[in-house]
Design a protein around this ligand. Structure first.
Ligand code: NAP
Length: 280
């Protein structure tokens, strides 16, 4: 038997359609500003695709390009300017930054109420305390796709492979918030396959193409593939194709968790706008 496909493109389109309806009912469309301080082509491509989807949902967006000779103070000044602008609802600093720029300081400089990536320490704290108004886009997209396909989480075993601030840790916080029993595995985990086989829901977010093989997966498990890395010019996930023989359902790469991330950034911008305007 082959696993069911969880179609991230279709769920993302549904999220964006909901957002569009919400935006149309608002007096002033929310505005999202991307800050780019890097010549990384992948970062540029992510910004383009988030901007395109924002447009689809009726969210205004623009990109501030910070030049390569900018200092940390210059970047902080750009962010302060955006924090102070009442017409800006969301700010997203696309990582990575030029090597001489301090990414942590930049994330801390965003006003928490405009931090649509939810990476400011205040928002990280709110997430772990279960009091976040929105969550980092990639993990939020995982929950949304599971909800769409009505996958129960309460009391179930969730294993997250990867412990980054961007994906693994916030995913763990969100699954805990849904009363799952959560295990976070990483590069020092012993006997990874024994750990991942416990999972009813397995999240692969290591960035190592094909590392999750059938021996890592319990029969019938739901497998969410977050990893994305180019192999010979083709985007590959962490999950090997033959996992489809064992899993109950899985997200494809491309077309799985990636489109969900983009849609959730746009959804977060609307949440931030409503919260700041007092219409949440
Ligand atoms: P990251 O910061 O490099 O973190 C990778 C994590 O995976 C680390 O915690 C690392 O463990 C762990 N890891 C690496 N190799 C491992 C192995 N062999 N076994 C077990 N754990 C291992 O990366 P990230 O930012 O979280 O991103 C992870 C992947 O998701 C990347 O491919 C990225 O491109 C992709 N991504 C996709 C989306 C999307 O929308 N689909 C969004 C964001 C990121 P240690 O902590 O021990 O080093």
């Amino acid at each position: 038997m082959s696993a069911r496909t969880f179609d991230g493109r279709a769920v993302a389109a549904a999220v964006l359609a909901d957002v569009r309806a919400e935006v149309e009912a608002m007096e002033v469309a929310p505005q999202l500003v991307f800050v780019r301080a890097s010549d990384d082509p992948a970062g540029a491509s992510y910004v383009r695709s988030k901007g395109k989807r924002a447009g689809t949902a009726g969210v205004r967006h623009e990109t501030r390009v910070v030049p390569e000779d900018a200092t940390n103070d210059d970047l902080q000044a750009v962010l302060q300017d955006l924090n102070d602008d009442p017409d800006v609802d969301g700010i997203l600093v696309q990582l990575p930054l030029y090597l001489h720029l301090d990414a942590d300081a930049a994330l801390r400089a965003i006003a928490p109420e405009k931090d649509v990536d939810a990476l400011h320490p205040v928002n990280v704290g709110r997430l772990w305390r279960g009091r976040a108004a929105w969550a980092p886009a990639t993990p939020a997209g995982l929950l949304r796709i599971l909800d769409h396909y009505e996958v129960p989480l309460e009391g179930r075993e969730v294993v997250v492979v990867g412990r980054s601030d961007l994906v693994g840790k916030p995913a763990a916080a969100l699954f805990l918030g849904r009363n799952a029993t959560v295990t976070v595995a990483h590069s020092r985990t012993r006997d990874l396959a024994a750990v991942t086989r416990r999972a009813d829901v397995l999240v692969a977010a290591a960035g190592v193409p094909g590392m999750i093989t059938p021996e890592h997966v319990q029969a019938g498990a739901v497998v969410l593939d977050v990893g994305q890395a180019p192999v010979d010019g083709v985007l590959r996930g962490d999950v090997a194709p033959d996992v489809a023989r064992v899993a109950g359902a899985l997200t494809p790469t491309p077309g799985g968790t990636g489109p969900m991330t983009v849609a959730m950034v746009v959804a977060n911008t609307v949440r931030a706008a409503r919260a700041r305007r007092g219409t949440a």
